[in-house]
Design a protein around this ligand. Structure first.
Ligand code: C2E
Ligand code: CA
Ligand code: CA
Length: 760
């Protein structure tokens, strides 16, 4: 307690403080000079020093106090710090906690006080209690150090650098800068925006600006008259706008001004070490004003910190690019590819989905490299990389392992699809390219490994795909091989099936069968027939429609197939009409793919005309997947077809996306309740409820409901009871060739005696 005993020496004119040792007036007691020197020291210190009594009322302040806060000693006597120095942004909690701890021990805190003139002053307060001989608390001595210009910046700097050292995300660091600055200078609101290479701004942090202002700001270009930030980035110098309302720099943005709610803005460019503008750091004020000294210091420090953080971010991105991407082609390198593929494999494993790994090796890269030089070789690799990327789907991965080895990882891809993709890749890579004035034809070989059959992890899959690729090279290059024989067999069969389907479409060996659609109640009138494609191949036998339809979709034959079905169904209906066979209309299945063809309405109109039919004679059945993307051109095509007067029917209703909300927006006339619900009818109350609901929806939206897959009289009875209007299924007839359908029509009524042979 040596400090307190010194300070208890009598200051001039405050002799009451002295407990003992006071000399008589006019006499210089022993040690007076020393005490006087000490006193001078205290009084002339730059720090503000106060002495208060046990009730915290001030009994002395030094000159330093007057210099720091502007209050004369006489003004302060008898008053309390907590009543005089506090202001709008003083943290009263800190003040209270200092006061509370005071009687027990010395305390320290940084507090924002205000001078007599209202100037904010950050002070570091050290307060010490003093006790008399009996140990009673008698006085407080407080020493205030102005840290506004010094320590606050250190705190800011320390916190931000600490965050960087801990690898905190860049956006967090930017928000931290704003928050700290606002804590130190509570009268400002700070914002940091980035400026990209094209000169567009993007808010990085502005914790206390209106969010809609930042959203509106994002993407705006910088320029010579682009508000405060845009202009400051453009000029590469600070821009001060003391009255946003009237300043010409803000004139072009009345909407922004309205959202902002601040009167003034001071913005400074954040510049990289090479002088590039990386962004801006801005202070917004509620009053029409400019920055003071504290603000200038804060901005100085903040600009450095922001530049550091942004440059670090750039460097990090660059290092990431170097570490994980191949510099020549820009494709992911082996490390990146393995990492991503592993994650994709986890997803596939969880969802039980297949995945294919294609190992692609150029066939004549070495030749090009050796004969035409490395520059030509590099060019070839870049070109091949581009072709590969252009050929795959969005979630497929393409990477370059080394030299002329590329890898494609295809999620959700089975063997047939993989074979198809490999064929496409081989085709584009075999196309010649111009290299240094001559045409080079490199070509490639592809090896394929399938997950999960050929390996459970990416390394095994890569190794097996690599082995398969060598097999492909041995077999004569420019081709693909699967790792396993089973897959090779599937792929070969698929290739064979595909060419057989091509032939079938050319030579007309596809057939249509027709299945009756009946009125559910009463008369059991025939309302129409559904045309279903059939294909019997001399070698493959009867191929299931689902199989060859999917194949046609994958290999681009579906358009041709669809046109053939449409033409053949119309020809048949016209033939029945001409011979007086009373088939009211025909329904044709149309693949979602066909609805993307803007020619479809014209083709339909022309086909109907060619056979002398009217649009009302035709129904098109489509599945819900057509509507997956309501923005797609499919909807426009659908509208056009509907406008022709052709009926549209939603097939397999209930199995797909079944968003009832889109039903009323679609130009459809009919719902086909999927056969799985009819099948489950007897056992499953959910299926029953669904049928009830669909019939009611049909009623309210004036849609005809067709129940398909009706196989039993019980199912039929249930549907009749629920007033489902139309039924279709084996109970009435299998899909039949045209001539058999005619015979069925002659023998099938009345129902009950009507189920003819199950052949068909
Ligand atoms: P889909 O449009 O749902 O056709 C109804 C399927 O249900 C037909 O199978 C039909 O034979 C079968 N079916 C009819 N009644 C019953 C029954 O009582 N019980 C059961 N279990 N099944 C019944 P199919 O002929 O094998 O056709 C399968 C799918 O292939 C069709 O489903 C359709 O999506 C597609 N498809 C058939 N022909 C064509 C076509 O020409 N073009 C297009 N794009 N797709 C077609
Ligand atoms: Ca159908
Ligand atoms: Ca169906």
């Amino acid at each position: 307690m040596s400090k307190s005993s010194q300070l208890q020496a009598p200051p001039e004119g405050v002799s009451t403080v002295a407990a003992d040792g006071a000399a008589a007036p006019g006499e210089r007691p022993a040690g007076f000079d020393e005490i006087h020197r000490l006193w001078l020291m205290v009084n002339e210190s730059d720090n503000a020093i106060i002495v208060a009594g046990a009730d915290t009322r001030i009994i002395h302040v030094n000159h330093g106090f007057t210099r720091m806060f502007g209050y004369e000693r006489a003004e302060m006597l008898g008053r309390k710090i907590s009543e005089t120095l506090v202001g709008p942004h003083t943290d009263m909690q800190t003040v209270q906690s200092v006061l509370q701890r005071l009687k027990l021990a010395g305390t320290h805190a940084d507090i924002l006080f205000y001078s007599k003139a209202g100037r904010p002053v950050w002070v570091s307060v050290v307060a010490n209690p003093m006790f008399d001989a009996k140990g009673e608390f008698t006085n407080v001595v407080g020493v205030f150090t102005d840290i506004t210009q010094t320590k606050m910046h250190e705190v800011l700097q320390h916190k931000v650098l600490d965050a960087m050292a801990h690898e905190r995300p860049m956006l967090d660091i930017m928000a931290l800068v704003c928050r700290e600055v606002e804590r130190i200078a509570p009268e400002v609101v700070a914002s940091i925006v980035a400026v990209d290479a094209d000169g567009h701004v993007q808010t990085l942090a502005a914790p206390n600006l209106p969010p809609q202002f930042c959203e509106a700001l994002d993407g705006m270009p910088i320029g010579p008259q682009a508000g405060s930030c845009g202009t400051s980035a453009w000029r590469k110098e600070p821009v001060l706008v003391t009255d946003i309302a009237s300043d010409p720099l803000w004139a072009p943005y009345p909407a922004l001004k309205a959202m902002l709610g601040f009167a003034a803005c001071w913005s400074s460019p954040i510049q990289a070490s090479d002088g590039r503008v990386l962004g801006t750091f801005a202070f917004y004020f509620r009053d029409k004003r400019g920055p003071d000294d504290l603000h200038r210091r804060l901005v100085d420090v903040s600009l450095h910190l922001c530049a550091l953080a942004l440059e670090r971010e750039e460097a990090r991105a660059h290092i990431h690019q170097l570490a994980f991407f191949d510099t020549l082609t820009g494709l992911p390198n082996r490390a990146m590819l393995r990492g991503r593929a592993e994650r994709t494999l986890v997803d596939m494993h969880r969802g039980g989905a297949p995945l294919a790994v294609l190992f692609i090796d150029l066939d004549r890269f070495k030749l090009v490299n050796d004969t035409q030089g490395h520059a030509a070789g590099d060019e070839l690799l870049r070109e091949m990389a581009q072709r590969l990327v252009a050929e795959v789907r969005g979630d497929d991965l393409i990477g370059r392992l080394a030299g002329d080895e590329f890898v494609a990882v295809l999620p959700h891809c089975g063997a047939e699809q993989a074979a198809l993709t490999a064929e496409r890749l081989l085709a584009v890579m075999a196309e010649p390219m111009a290299l240094g004035g001559i045409s080079v034809n490199s070509g490639a070989s592809v090896g394929i490994a399938m997950f999960p059959e050929d390996g459970q992890n990416i390394d095994t899959l890569l190794r097996h795909a690599d082995m398969a690729m060598y097999q492909a090279k041995n077999d004569g290059r420019g081709r693909m091989r699967f790792f396993s024989d089973e897959m090779n067999r599937i792929a070969q069969e698929r290739v064979a099936l595909e060419s057989a389907l091509r032939d079938a479409l050319r030579d007309g060996s596809l057939r249509l069968h027709y299945q009756p659609q009946m009125e559910c109640r009463a008369s059991h009138r025939l309302l129409g027939v559904e045309a279903l494609a059939r294909w019997t191949h001399p070698r493959f036998g009867e191929v299931a429609p689902l199989r060859f339809i999917a194949l046609a979709e994958e290999c681009g034959l579906i358009g041709k197939l669809g046109r053939w079905v449409l033409g053949e169904a119309c020809r048949q209906l016209a033939d029945w009409r001409s011979r007086g066979v009373p088939v009211p209309r025909v329904a044709v299945n149309v693949s979602p793919h066909d609805f993307r063809d803007p020619e479809l309405p014209a083709i339909i109109a022309a086909t109907l005309r060619a056979h002398g039919l009217t649009p009302a004679d035709l129904t098109l059945e489509m599945t819900e997947s057509v509507m997956l993307d309501t923005n797609s051109p499919a909807l426009a095509v659908l509208e056009e077809v509907h406008a022709l007067g052709v009926r549209l029917s939603l097939d397999d209703f209930g199995t797909g996306y079944s968003s009832l909300s889109y039903l009323h927006r679609l130009p459809i006339d009919e719902l086909k309740l999927d056969k799985s619900f009819v099948r489950d009818l007897a056992l499953n109350p959910v299926a029953q409820a669904l049928i009830n609901t669909v019939v009611r929806i049909g009623d309210s939206l004036s849609l005809t409901v067709v129940a398909e897959g009706v196989e039993t009289t019980q199912q039929h009875a249930f549907l009749a009871e629920r007033a489902c209007p139309v039924v279709q299924g084996f109970l009435f007839s299998r899909p039949l060739p045209a001539d058999e359908l005619e015979k069925w029509m002659q023998t099938s009524r009345p129902l009950g005696t009507a189920v003819p042979s199950i052949a068909g």
